[in-house]
Design a protein around this ligand. Structure first.
Ligand code: ADP
Ligand code: MG
Length: 230
């Protein structure tokens, strides 16, 4: 199988005054195209830090991340922006939807951000159709004009998933996507991730919860700053 993402000996520490907190201490992993991987680790073990580095929201102190064989540290600023906006889609524990925008507008936001105004306006109709199709697939066809605060937690996370998919990313990164939901709703979100994966979407999900991780086809563990089992 072809690998889409590789992390090689990633180190990351945070400076806290005079102290330095080592979070990642040589984490390495390889993700195959089309796979669904759960990275499981205790709270504070560095899962979000690792996921942010994989998505180029943060940089490692040393080590490298390769996307389709290309080292992210060699990407231009523009190349990195494209990577974050188009190659990768993010889903977060607390949704991070904008309350000023409705469901459809929230879903379209990454498409607006990744194209200039003129190009967005030219593509607007097609993008709206894509957004509608995604929202319909996620069971939100009758919520298009709701604001996030008018939705349940599960519905908000489904909007966040639609937003993450609007630019047809190669890779979906989900950080504790069920962490703020009751278990029934959380398993519903997992079913969606599994279904997306079955239709070809590569997904990496991080979680502190072994029961959630057990739903993935592959589970890897983050312990003491390293990936320890496979
Ligand atoms: P997890 O997602 O597994 O709970 P994180 O990656 O969020 O863990 O954090 C790992 C450790 O790094 C924690 O101890 C956290 O407090 C610390 N940390 C995370 N981000 C920062 C930051 N920006 N500055 C300082 N410490 C941080
Ligand atoms: Mg976290």
């Amino acid at each position: 199988m072809k690998s889409i993402l590789r992390a090689e000996a990633v180190y990351k520490s945070y400076k806290m005054g005079k102290q330095s907190l080592s979070v990642l201490k040589g984490a390495s992993l390889e993700i195959e195209t089309g796979s669904l991987t759960a990275i499981v680790g205790a709270s504070g073990s560095g899962k979000s830090t690792l996921l942010h580095i994989l998505g180029a929201l943060d940089k490692p102190d040393s080590g490298q991340v390769q996307f389709n064989g290309k080292d992210l540290s060699r990407f231009s600023a523009r190349g990195l922006n494209d990577y974050r906006n188009r190659s990768v889609g993010f889903v977060f524990q607390f949704y991070h939807l904008l309350n000023e925008l409705n469901v459809l507008e929230n879903t379209l936001l990454p498409a607006m951000a990744s194209s200039g105004t003129a190009s967005y306006l030219r593509r607007k109709k097609g993008l709206q159709e894509t957004a509608y199709a995604l929202l319909k697939r996620l069971g939100l066809a009758d919520r298009l004009h709701h604001r996030p605060y008018e939705l349940s937690g599960g519905e908000r996370q489904r909007v966040a998933i639609a937003r993450a998919l609007i630019n047809k990313p190669d890779l979906l990164l989900a950080d504790e996507p069920t962490g703020n939901l009751d278990s029934k709703t959380g398993f519903g979100i997992l079913d969606i991730l599994k279904e997306l994966n079955q239709s070809g979407q590569t997904i990496i999900m991080v979680t502190h919860d072994d029961r959630i991780a057990a739903m993935a086809e592959r589970i890897i563990r983050l312990l003491d700053g390293r990936i320890v089992s496979d």
